[in-house]
Design a protein around this ligand. Structure first.
Ligand SMILES: Nc1ncnc2c1ncn2[C@@H]1O[C@H](COP(=O)(O)OP(=O)(O)OP(=O)(O)O)[C@@H](O)[C@H]1O
Ligand SMILES: [Mg+2]
Length: 276
């Protein structure tokens, strides 16, 4: 069974008699343990799709199931929400307590989890994001990357089956972004956590199992990172920012040098060395 399935899902925002398309006819299946990156320019529907998957929004048309449970099943909506953990852009808006371990305990407390189990979960979640030594400290003194790691721990403590990061690295400096990404990749590899990473930084997609590209509320491409990264037409049509190394390889090819498409600077360096 797929962990997440959206079937012909459409959603429009209705405000003051006006309708804005959020997503249109989106069908997407996600495998358990998959690391999926959702790419797309501003306003293409990424956050709308994320909110639909955990039942924060209900589709106008189509169906969404999480581990086989339809998000339309009102009796099981809390179950759906607890299976899909979301981390947002601004870590400051996600902190609820002035002591880190209390912040991480807040979610499972609300779910009515037993005290001894909460203690175990908090320990595991903070260890998973490599923040256990800060547990007694205050989140307000942390760096952006550290805060975002605590925000991830707070979601993990609710034991979600899918972790959705909605532009969770957008406010961070390169070091903070790297910290958060490496934690997420480790959770996926070592804990088998299903991850949906929403971003418009294409370089964050290099290690994904699959990249899905959205434009104007629709899914316009889905494939391995190398397929997406080497599709110049798609990248320009969808207004994506390709990593510099991809552009360099493209220009070398245009100049008659036979180089293969790459995902990272390291691969680009190898291709260039091979030319000699
Ligand atoms: N609360 C809302 N009310 C009305 N329209 C909305 C609302 N939220 C989003 N929209 C509109 O829905 C469309 C999809 O927005 P969405 O936030 O899903 O895009 P996104 O891909 O997450 O963009 P970004 O990269 O800027 O986060 C946009 O046209 C947006 O203006
Ligand atoms: Mg968004």
């Amino acid at each position: 069974m797929k962990i997440l399935e959206t079937c012909n899902v459409s959603y429009s925002y209705k405000t003051d008699g006006e309708e804005t398309i959020g997503v249109k006819n989106v069908s997407l299946s996600v495998e358990r343990g998959e690391f999926l990156v959702l790419l797309g320019h501003n306003g293409c529907g990424k956050s709308t799709l994320a909110k639909l998957t955990n039942g924060l929004l209900m589709p106008d048309e189509g169906t969404i199931t999480v581990s086989g449970i339809p998000t339309s099943d009102e009796d099981r909506i809390y179950e759906v929400r607890s299976k899909v953990g979301m981390v947002f852009q601004n870590p400051d808006n996600q902190m609820v307590a002035s002591v880190i371990e209390d912040d991480v305990a807040f979610g499972p407390e609300n779910l009515g989890v037993e005290r001894s189990e909460i203690v175990k979960r908090v320990e595991w979640a903070l260890r998973s994001v490599d923040m256990e030594k800060y547990r007694k400290g205050t989140p307000f003194k942390l760096s952006g990357g550290q805060k975002q790691r605590v925000a991830i721990a707070a979601v993990l403590a609710m034991k979600p089956e899918i972790l959705i990061l909605d532009e969770s690295t957008a406010m961070l400096d390169p070091a903070g972004r790297e910290e958060v990404l490496s934690v997420v990749k480790r959770l996926n590899k070592e804990e088998g956590m299903t991850v949906i990473l929403i971003t418009h930084y294409m370089d964050e997609a290099a290690d994904a199992d699959r990249v899905v590209v959205m434009s104007e509320g629709k899914i316009v491409a889905s494939g391995a990172p190398i397929e997406i990264f080497s599709d110049r037409e798609l990248i320009s049509r969808c207004r994506l920012q390709a990593p510099v190394c991809c552009g360099v390889m493209h220009k070398l090819n245009a100049l008659g040098f036979r180089v293969n498409p790459v995902l990272t600077d390291e691969e680009a360096a190898e291709e260039i060395c091979r030319l000699k």
